[in-house]
Write a protein that binds this ligand. Structure first.
Ligand code: RP5
Length: 182
């Protein structure tokens, strides 16, 4: 399936697989074990036809790669970084410390502490260095928030997002009808 096709260890800007040559969004994660949570963010970007790259950047295991990634993200043309991490989740905050781009943090639920450790690590940023934090394991909302950020400068994305909201509404109302028939 999808998880197996992606080369998460590929260099930061390959023009192959799930990474576009000129990504507007960087989707990064601390470990390949975060992939099931981060893949929905990528799927949302696919849906809105937003070019992105997907890769591993570990704050603790690859600190030099983290610095390189964060310091060059803006000059490489990226507009938003989505960063997911579990446990002592320092990745989103450290990226935010080294780039002026908006950073969206995804707390990943680990095998212990239910992801609250990660949530607190990401959301409790010091004054001056914000990270927009979504709910635990909510890669989908991270993708949607990135699209909304890009939509500020890309009017077509506003139209697409309005369509997305409408389709959700239609879906829920169809369920309401089904339930009423029970
Ligand atoms: C974090 O440690 C990663 O983001 C991951 O959520 C967690 C565990 O990593 P693995 O031990 O599964 O590689 O850095």
């Amino acid at each position: 399936n999808d998880a197996k096709e992606i080369d998460l260890y590929a260099p930061p800007s390959p023009s192959q697989g799930h990474s576009h040559a000129f990504p507007l969004v960087g989707v990064i994660m601390g470990s390949d074990s975060d992939l099931p949570v981060m893949l929905p963010a990528a799927r949302i970007l696919d849906r809105f036809k937003v070019p992105y790259e997907l890769t591993i950047v570990s704050a603790h295991r690859t600190p030099d790669r983290l610095v390189e990634y964060a310091r060059t993200a803006a000059s490489r043309g990226m507009k938003v970084v989505i960063a997911g991490a579990g446990g002592a989740a320092h990745l989103p905050g450290m990226v935010a410390a080294m780039t002026a781009l908006p950073v969206i943090g995804v707390p990943v639920k680990g095998s212990t502490l239910d992801g609250v450790d990660s949530l607190h690590s990401i959301v409790q940023m010091p004054r001056g260095v914000p990270v927009a934090t979504v709910a635990i394991n909510n890669g989908t909302n991270a993708g949607l928030l990135a699209v909304r950020m890009l939509a500020v400068a890309i009017p077509e994305l506003i139209i697409s997002m309005e369509g997305y909201l409408k389709s959700m509404q239609t879906e829920v109302l169809a369920k309401v009808e089904t339930l009423e028939e029970v």
